[in-house]
Design a protein. Structure first.
Length: 156
């Protein structure tokens, strides 16, 4: 009888102990927003750091990485960089994201405003500088659906 208990305990340890020991600790995602009216977004373009866009105040964006000087947000095909002294931590927010469907991109010819809809109202969340290539998720006759800083937005 004692051996059955030992085998049962050993089996349960294998079943539950090993399964959990190999998992990475779940991290809580960070969100940022600009400290002022807006914050510039930078990225490496042709091996140089260039301003590629702007994130507007009171809008939160999901952080995908950070270092000593920058928060990184998903910005099209690249990591957008926002200086830590121009951003602050924002409250967590659950964004509704559409699936990635199209493998197309557009190049902006002028500064392009990006909007989201909250409570039935169109709100500007940021802008993309002229000459920046940006992937699109969906396309209609009126707008492109893009992902901007971890959230879906439309570019008219």
């Amino acid at each position: 009888m004692r051996y059955r208990f030992v085998w049962l305990a050993f089996f349960l340890f294998l079943l539950f102990g090993w399964e959990k020991s190999g998992r990475a600790a779940a991290t809580v995602p960070l969100f940022i927003q600009s400290k002022g009216a807006s914050a510039p977004v930078y990225a490496y373009v042709a091996n140089e750091v260039q301003r590629v866009g702007t994130m507007y105040s009171d809008r939160v964006f999901e952080v995908i990485d950070e270092n000593e000087h920058y928060f990184f947000i998903q910005y099209g095909f690249v990591k957008g960089m926002v200086k830590k002294d121009e951003a602050k931590l924002g409250r967590p927010y659950a964004f509704t994201r559409g699936p990635d469907r199209l493998r197309k991109s557009v190049i902006t010819t002028r500064e392009a405003q990006v909007y989201s809809f909250q409570n039935g109202k169109k709100q500007a969340i940021g802008s993309i500088q002229p000459g920046v290539r940006y992937p699109i998720k969906a396309e209609t006759a009126l707008f492109y659906l893009i992902e901007f800083g971890g959230r879906d937005g439309i570019h008219l």
